[in-house]
Every structure is written in structure tokens, then in C-alpha cells.
Design a protein around this ligand. Structure first.
Ligand code: C2E
Ligand code: MG
Ligand code: MG
Length: 287
């Protein structure tokens, strides 16, 4: 079968980046804790392109460094306009850390946006915990006062000793375990329970990723997982909807019902204007 779809390079050159924001929910209270910024690429003909297509290309040619700076600048500027109790998590690529430029990009975004460092969490994958150069940059990021989270935990089994030594604040349990947690005797259920208990014993907080059903929410809550993220609570949201949600004082998600429809956020306050948008183009002079 032949496809007329343009290759990744031309898709990227004729589109532009955007961020969506997925809510993070406190599993004790249902309170909105904050959002994870997720990269999208808006293409005039092809619509929205997801990171699974973009990232391998951007990482292979190094463009992720420049785009990663844009993600940090845009995300921090938006978060600075939200109420102070709302956190923002941003994903960093291993390439940014390996090149030792993740820390300077985070520092610049914080300075320009005036976002309090303790409102920002930097998410990295477990690979960043085994490469000395990447770990050095990560230590510098931690020294800026931001929180560190390890994403997709359970897929590579990094030692919890390393996570503690790297002063990791949070582990996010991969959705491949959370999404198949229902069988009573299932191995994935055991993985989630074990990760939560190992993390807690080292003073590390836990987030269950990819919670899609009320039952999964109830199980991870029963394991005393601290927070959750997933389509059951909310999909990644546009900046406009995320900003309305952020400005809804004390908004709580429900743990029962039919997910996003039942939990749907119904805005009744006036819309707050999102912060100024950061334009992006490759080769832009940052000066
Ligand atoms: P991640 O950091 O683990 O982000 C969570 C992914 O799970 C997102 O996919 C999100 O849309 C998806 N998701 C959330 N809830 C559910 C659910 O209930 N069910 C299912 N099936 N999926 C759910 P997305 O947006 O396609 O991002 C994929 C990955 O791309 C991210 O995984 C992250 O590793 C990477 N990524 C995203 N944005 C950035 C970025 O700005 N920079 C870098 N370096 N990587 C990014
Ligand atoms: Mg993430
Ligand atoms: Mg993840």
C-alpha cells in the first residue's frame, strides 16, 4: 500500500508546535494538583501530530534541543499565569541532558517567566539515571529548586537506591502496568503495588499514569498511590480549557461514574486569557 503522507521532516517544517496540558489528580481528595505539558505538532493539512512520530526524528537530528527550549519557555510562561497552587510538569529528552544543556534551558525558562522553581517538575525517563553525563545535568536541574520525576517507571527497573541518591521526588508508574491492573492475581497489579511501596519507603511520591477506568482509579488509590493521570479523569486539554480549570478554586475530580463525561469540567466563571504565546521557529535567535 502506498501512502501520500509527507515524511516527518516536511510535516515538521510546514507545521508548528503546540502544548496540551493533562491534569494530575490527587488520589486522596480528587483535587487538581497541576498539569503535564505534552507536545503536539499542528499541521495545516494533516491535523495534530503526536510525539511518537515527532520525537525519534527530532532526537536523531538534535532539533529536540531547540524545541525543548521552546517547550520550557511556553510551558513556564503559561504556568506563571495560573494560581500559585497549580504545578506544571515538563518532559525533557535524554538528548538535552546528554548534551548538558537541559539545566541551562530550565534556568532560562524560569528566569524569563518568573515561575517559582518549586512549581515546576522536570520529567525524565529511567535512561537518564544510568548515564553519568545526563545525571550531571539532572543534578544541576535539581539544584535550581525544581522537582524531579522519573517517567514510565517499571519499564527498565532502575534501582530505587539510584533514585534516592538523585533526589528524585516522584515516580510515575508506566501506563502499561496501570492499564492492565484489574485481574485480581495479575502480575501488573503486583508491580504497581511494589513500586508504590518501594517509592514510599524512600520518601518518593507516586503517580499512576494512564488511568482509564473508575476501577483502575480505585485500585491505585487503594495501594495509596499519591496521584493519577489518565483519560478517566481528563485527556490532555487545550491551554484555554486547562486555564479555566486551573482558575476554578478547589476543583475536585470524581472517582466514580463514566470518566471524563461524568467528571467533565463545566466552566461557569469567565474565561481567563492565557499568557502570551511564545512563537517558535527553527534557527530562531534566542538572544
Ligand atoms: P509521557 O510523558 O509518559 O506522557 C503520557 C502519555 O500518555 C501522553 O502521550 C498522554 O497523552 C498519554 N495518556 C495520558 N492518559 C492516558 C490514558 O488514560 N490512556 C492512554 N492510552 N494514554 C494516555 P503523548 O502525548 O502521545 O506523549 C507520548 C510521550 O512523548 C510522553 O510520554 C513523553 O515521553 C513524550 N513527550 C511528550 N511531550 C514531550 C516534550 O515536550 N518533550 C519531550 N522530550 N518528550 C515529550
Ligand atoms: Mg511524562
Ligand atoms: Mg509516562
Amino acid at each position: 500500500m502506498t501512502s501520500t503522507r509527507p515524511d516527518t521532516e516536511s510535516l515538521i517544517l510546514s507545521g508548528e508546535p503546540a502544548l496540551e496540558y493533562q491534569p494530575l489528580v490527587d488520589l486522596t481528595s480528587g483535587r487538581l494538583l497541576g498539569f503535564e505539558a505534552l507536545l503536539r505538532w499542528r499541521h495545516p493539512d494533516e491535523g495534530v501530530i503526536l510525539p511518537s512520530l515527532l520525537l525519534p526524528w527530532l532526537e536523531a537530528n538534535g532539533d529536540i534541543v531547540q524545541l525543548g527550549e521552546w517547550v520550557l519557555a511556553e510551558g513556564c510562561q503559561q504556568a506563571a499565569a495560573w494560581p500559585k497552587n497549580i504545578q506544571l510538569a515538563i518532559n525533557l529528552s535524554i538528548i538535552q541532558l546528554r548534551r548538558g544543556v537541559g539545566s541551562s534551558a530550565v534556568a532560562k525558562a524560569l528566569e524569563r517567566s518568573s515561575l517559582d522553581p518549586d512549581r515546576l517538575t522536570i520529567e525524565v525517563t529511567e535512561h537518564a539515571m544510568v548515564e553519568e553525563i545526563a545525571m550531571n545535568d539532572l543534578r544541576k536541574i535539581g539544584a535550581l529548586g525544581v522537582e524531579l520525576a522519573v517517567d514510565d517507571v517499571g519499564t527498565s527497573w532502575t534501582s530505587f537506591d539510584v533514585l534516592r541518591r538523585m533526589a528524585v521526588n516522584t515516580v510515575k508508574i508506566d501506563r502499561s502496568f496501570v492499564g492492565s491492573i484489574e485481574p485480581q492475581q495479575g502480575i501488573n497489579r503486583l508491580v504497581v503495588e511494589t513500586v508504590v511501596s518501594l517509592a514510599h519507603s524512600g520518601g518518593i511520591s507516586t503517580v499512576a499514569e494512564g488511568v482509564e477506568t473508575a476501577q483502575q482509579a480505585a485500585i491505585v488509590r487503594g495501594f495509596e498511590c499519591d496521584a493519577a493521570q489518565g483519560y478517566f479523569f481528563a485527556p490532555p486539554l487545550s491551554i484555554e480549557v486547562a486555564t479555566e480549570l486551573a482558575n476554578e478554586p478547589g476543583y475536585c475530580f470524581a472517582f466514580e461514574g463514566a470518566g471524563w463525561v461524568a467528571n467533565a469540567f463545566t466552566p461557569h466563571s469567565q474565561r481567563s486569557a492565557p499568557a502570551e504565546h511564545q512563537p517558535f521557529s527553527f534557527g530562531r535567535d534566542e538572544g
